[in-house]
Design a protein around this ligand. Structure first.
Ligand code: OFO
Length: 183
C-alpha cells in the first residue's frame, strides 16, 4: 500500500511525463514544418517513449490499489529558433525530470517504501540515458555549426531512430515492453 504523499507525487509525475510527450510532439511538428523529417521522427519516437513512462507510473499506482488522478496539461511551445534550440530545451527539460525522479526517490526513502524505490530505479537509469542522448546530439549540432549539408546528414541519421516502445498495453506495460525488446 502506498502512502498518500507518494500517490500524489506519482500523479504529479504522470502529468510531467505526459507534458514531456506533448513537448516532444510539438518539436516533431515544428521539425516537419521546416523540412527536417529525421528530427521529426526522433522527436516522435521520444513522444512515444514518454507516454510509456507515464503508463508505467499509471499501472504502478493501479497495481498498488491507489487512485490515478490525471491533471490538465499546459500548452507546449509551438515554434523554436533552431534544431540546437530544440535540443537545449530538451536537455534542460530532461534535467528537470531527473530532479523530479530524484525527489520521488527521496520521498520513497523517507517513507521506507522499498517497492517504490525498486520501481523508481528504472527511471533513475532511464534519465542517465535520456540526458546522454541529448548531450550527444547537442555536441553534433555544435560541430555542424549551421552547415546545411552536415545538418541534412544528421537529419538522415535521426530518421533511422526506431520505435522500440510497445503499442499493445492489453497485458500491462511491463509485458508489452518485454515483448518489444530486441532479441
Ligand atoms: Fe524523458 O523522461 Fe520520461 O521519465
Amino acid at each position: 500500500m502506498l502512502k498518500d504523499e507518494i500517490v500524489n507525487a506519482i500523479n504529479e509525475q504522470i502529468n510531467r511525463e505526459m507534458y514531456s510527450a506533448f513537448l516532444y510532439m510539438s518539436m516533431s511538428a515544428y521539425s516537419s514544418s521546416i523540412g527536417l523529417k529525421g528530427f521529426a521522427n526522433w522527436f516522435m519516437v521520444q513522444y512515444h517513449e514518454e507516454m510509456v513512462h507515464a503508463m508505467k507510473f499509471y499501472e504502478y499506482i493501479q497495481r498498488q490499489g491507489a487512485q490515478v488522478r490525471l491533471k490538465a496539461l499546459k500548452e507546449p511551445p509551438v515554434e523554436f529558433k533552431s534544431p540546437m534550440d530544440m535540443f537545449t530545451q530538451t536537455l534542460s527539460h530532461e534535467q528537470f525530470i531527473t530532479r523530479s525522479i530524484n525527489d520521488l526517490m527521496e520521498l520513497a526513502i523517507k517513507h521506507k517504501d522499498h517497492a517504490s524505490q525498486i520501481f523508481l530505479q528504472w527511471y533513475v537509469n532511464e534519465q542517465v540515458e535520456e540526458e546522454e542522448n541529448d548531450n550527444d546530439i547537442i555536441l553534433q549540432l555544435k560541430l555542424i555549426n549551421n552547415d546545411p549539408h552536415a545538418l541534412l546528414m544528421l537529419d538522415r541519421e535521426l530518421a533511422a531512430r526506431m520505435m522500440t516502445v510497445p503499442t499493445d498495453f492489453s497485458k500491462g506495460v511491463e509485458a508489452a515492453m518485454s515483448a518489444t525488446k530486441a532479441p
